[in-house]
Design a protein around this ligand. Sequence first.
Ligand SMILES: [Zn+2]
Length: 224
Amino acid sequence: MIPGPAIVYKCPNCGNFCQRGSLTSGNTGGARFYSDGSMQAVMLPEFPAITKCKKCEKFYWLDNDNKAGSYGGGWFYDSRKDKVTPKQWLEADLARLLPVEELQEAVDAKAYGDSSENEMYLRKRLWWGLNDKADRRDAEPLTKSITVQYAENCHGLIALLLVEGEEMSDGRRLMVAELCRNMEMFDVCEEVLRTIKGPELREIVDALIGECKRKNRYVVLLDR
Ligand SMILES: [Zn+2]
């Protein structure tokens, strides 16, 4: 894992800076993969794509439009010896990944604007975050019932995945199937799973059909 430069962003609302790290190289060695498509990888940390400004509390995307610049990178960079980079960049707050409550807030506030890609980013992480809480960390799920928020988000994701007039890829089919299973629509889930023909997904498809037969709606760890 080689650290890349720190990237500095400027809040478009109030001008406050934040920064996030980057990676020149990383890998998924030892990573855990889950049936909802999420992954926990020690050697491949995730950097946020959106943040909530610490000063004005508005959401904004960490993209090229809001990028102020970058500095450092590599193992030997020492910010204490850096006399070139503006001090307010060096001291900018670290952007953190939004916790579940803020992901929900960002979805409710339509922080994705008219970008379906950004809507997908937020809804997917909200789904993963809610699955985390409900299904993964404890043997006994904390939330046994499907909340209105959870279902609304799942339906929002399905709507994004079903693009009219477009043939769905196997990856998208798998996600639609998993969303249905998470909402206890086991028959629909199985039906969608059976339309996946790619041999590389055979094992996952078979495992999830097994979960449907067991009437298990919770996310499972995949053997890969
Ligand atoms: Zn701000």
